[in-house]
Design a protein around this ligand. Structure first.
Ligand SMILES: Cc1ncc(COP(=O)(O)O)c(C=O)c1O
Length: 494
């Protein structure tokens, strides 16, 4: 681990207080008159139990004093959160059981009041728009950078943040995504300095970076870089079960009790204790063995990257290339560019799944994204490289001339997204008739994964033409309500 923290007997990182409590409770075979209804697994349907066994469900309990409460922890959950905070070197860590999606909403709700504005990159995850709507804030968008050789987007640079803060000094906070889905990190240290020099709060969506702090050969984590609130999907790259995530607090500008109240408001009162225990375990594993696990993973992914870069039709950008663009790269993520093959990423992804039993995390026209984690083995990466090599030798698609573009659309936000969402009725109108109306929905084509419209924005002729062009080319737009995008939901003012 890069930042070894002082040892503290009460906070022994080898301990897993939540898991130990759950196992000890399960072993006593306590007669359950609490939820869930399956009662320690007895009631679980055979079809599932014959595959998984029943023991695991004895750990699926609910809130009672022995196992503690996520909302007001005083026992093992409190201890597990303290251990997490100590491992990451932050003041407080809050466990999340609905992913970083909840974390993003919680960050915005914790620092902004209705009517405030927040600076945010337009390619931020959709949950940030949820936070904007819930909090009633005005987004000030930063246009992401684009690289048409690598066919990827870059999040906000320090220069963009500084210029935007100069233009909008009233902004309450800045939210950046680092690493991006492609593993590219921006210069958070510089952005934190810029924000803090002006008394602004820096929020970082580090959903893809829970592992960064545990290895010196990975980019600097947002925590080390000085961000105020940081959200991580422990389940994405470490060994937590799906949805297991953490919101880290490390701020002199934000009120911690507000964050606690907001996180509590957004979370279920029936958290999954297995998910919570898996956060406890993922932390222990990283502190104990993270360096070893990540050293191997870095070696394996770097070897795979080099092998892919020897193929004719596939390529994988390197850390040096990204550093040359002023950013850094988490090398455990492989973004595999397929454009030379004449096939789209989706087509190659289908071949990998059907013919080679390999599932990648995502695919678009240009790239495949292979996310590696603590469970990835050399054999897995060899299988991926061999499959790509076989496809490379055998298949050749029609040459395509796709170019990754960000539409230069000038969107004017004329109503607060929350007002649109909560106060007004909406109606569907045909695309053509939508010009001049105010959008009541988000529409996000992939790629590039940037919303063309969000609730509250005026729909222009340019936007309609862009959307019509996507429809003609049968490109699916996230948010479209029918098989083809022929209508858009607008605010019904009358
Ligand atoms: C950049 C980013 N932020 C946030 C999220 C949401 O994370 P979760 O799935 O843990 O809710 C994702 C999910 O893919 C993401 O890619």
């Amino acid at each position: 681990m890069r930042n070894a923290k002082p040892k503290n007997g009460a906070l022994n990182q080898d301990k897993t207080p939540l898991l130990d409590t759950l196992i000890s409770h399960a072993k006593r075979k306590v007669i359950s008159f609490h939820t869930p209804g399956h009662k320690n697994g007895r009631g679980i349907d055979k079809r599932l139990a014959s595959f998984t066994g029943r023991n695991v469900y004895a750990l699926d309990v609910t809130v009672f004093p022995e196992v503690d409460s996520l909302h007001d922890p005083t026992g093992p959950i409190r201890k597990a959160q303290q251990l997490m905070a100590r491992a990451y070197g932050v003041e407080q860590s809050f466990f999340l059981v609905n992913g970083s999606s909840t974390g993003n909403m919680a960050m915005i709700l914790s620092v902004c009041r209705p009517g405030d504005s927040i600076i945010i990159s337009r390619n931020a995850h959709k949950s940030t728009l949820g936070g904007i709507i819930l909090a009633g804030v005005w987004p000030i968008w930063i246009q992401p950078g684009i690289d048409q050789n690598l066919d990827i987007l870059f999040d906000a640079t320090p220069e963009q943040v500084e210029a935007t803060l100069k233009q909008y000094p009233e902004a309450k906070a800045v939210l950046v995504t680092s690493p991006t889905y492609n593993g590219v990190t921006t210069n958070i240290k510089k952005i934190a300095e810029i924000c803090h020099a002006r008394g602004k709060v820096l929020l970082v969506d580090e959903a893809h970076g829970a592992h960064l702090i545990f290895h010196k050969d990975l980019p600097m984590s947002a925590i080390e870089a000085g961000a105020d609130l940081i959200v991580q999907s422990t389940h994405k790259t470490l060994s937590a079960i799906s949805q297991g995530s953490v919101l880290h607090f490390n701020s002199k500008l934000v009120e911690m009790s507000k964050v606690k109240r907001v996180v509590s408001m957004l979370q279920t009162t029936s958290p999954n204790y297995l998910t919570l225990a898996s956060l406890d375990l993922a932390r222990r594993q990283m502190v104990a063995e993270g360096e070893k696990i990540l050293t191997k993973l870095i070696q394996h992914t770097e070897r795979a990257r080099a092998a892919i870069n020897h193929l004719t039709n596939f390529s994988c950008f390197t850390r040096a290339e990204i550093q040359g663009r002023g950013c850094d790269l988490d090398v455990t993520k492989l973004t595999i560019n397929v454009t030379r093959s004449g096939y789209s990423g989706q087509q190659i992804s289908e071949v990998l799944a059907k013919d080679f039993n390999i599932q990648v995390d995502a695919a678009d026209l240009f790239n495949l994204i292979a996310i590696c984690g603590t469970g990835t083995t050399k054999a897995d990466l060899d299988a991926l490289v061999n499959a790509l090599s076989e496809i490379d030798g055998k298949k050749r698609g029609e040459a395509q001339n796709w170019v990754l573009r960000i539409p230069s659309l000038s969107t004017e936000l004329v109503m607060n997204p929350r007002d649109v969402f909560l106060l007004y009725r909406s109606k569907r109108v045909s695309l053509r008739k939508a010009i001049g109306h105010i959008s009541a929905q988000s529409l996000t084509p992939y790629p590039p994964g940037i919303p063309v419209l969000i609730p509250g924005e005026r729909i222009t002729a340019e936007i309609v033409e862009y959307l019509e062009d996507l429809t003609e080319r049968a490109i699916r737009v996230s948010g479209q309500e029918a098989e083809a995008l022929r209508t858009v939901r607008v605010v019904a003012l009358h």
